[in-house]
Design a protein around this ligand. Sequence first.
Ligand SMILES: [Ca+2]
Ligand SMILES: [Ca+2]
Length: 282
Amino acid sequence: MTLYGVAYEHYGQDLGGGPATLYTIDIATGAATPVGPIGFNMVGGIDYDFRAGVLCGISNLLGEGGEGLFLTIDPATGAGAEVGPTVGAQDISFRPSDSRLYAFSDGHLGTINTLTGEPTHIGDTGYFGAGNGIAFSPVNILYLAHSPYYPEDPPPTLYILNQNTGARTFVTDLIFPPDLTRPRINAMDFHPSTGVLYASLNTAGDLTNYLATVDITTGNVAIIGRTVDGLDAIAFYIQHRPVAGVIVPVNKLEVLAPYVALAGLVAAVTIVTVKIRSRKPE
Ligand SMILES: [Ca+2]
Ligand SMILES: [Ca+2]
């Protein structure tokens, strides 16, 4: 299991961001190691399609919420490939039950066709704060983390989003460590095995970035450690490799191995049988 992240230079409000780089992130320390340039600017959301075995991302062309490009990203090199135009988004997440891709875009919830990039609007969540990380839990609940953008905005909050309407439901206030200036969660992903919610956290004060965990019951945000500055997207990933023409996660190989061996044995016996038969006189 690997946690990938994307970072880029933030040019400021409405100015967009610079070229994006793919990283691997150590979930014990937050330390980030560059994989390679994605080749697209301001990749503000990534997620991994466990079914298809594909890492996807959104490049925001003119600031988040405007036009975007839907990308596939090679986890070995970081190289992005354009699939098609889509909506700009602050974060994206695949629903585990059916690999449907959801996007949060300027306060609106929608889905994205992963074959074309075409977006479909679902509904208004009613509020567009700062950060705006979304993530599906392993049991298909869609969470949204908001922070205030203006002083009069609601305090940092964890919500559940209705997947058919976009309507938000309060879960808990988010409790950040003290001494952080205007902290916000700009990307989230649940660890697929442990069910722990990981988050990319940055601050308005000194623009430092952290890897953190979020307790979805208490709202407590615990910092793991400093990570690469400009981090704006994270996604857990399981390496896939082909088995007899079928792509399966590596952790399923142990389950499949006896069957693959059995299939080989059956094939060998069949060949021997055919050869023996063919030797028989007519
Ligand atoms: Ca983001
Ligand atoms: Ca995910």
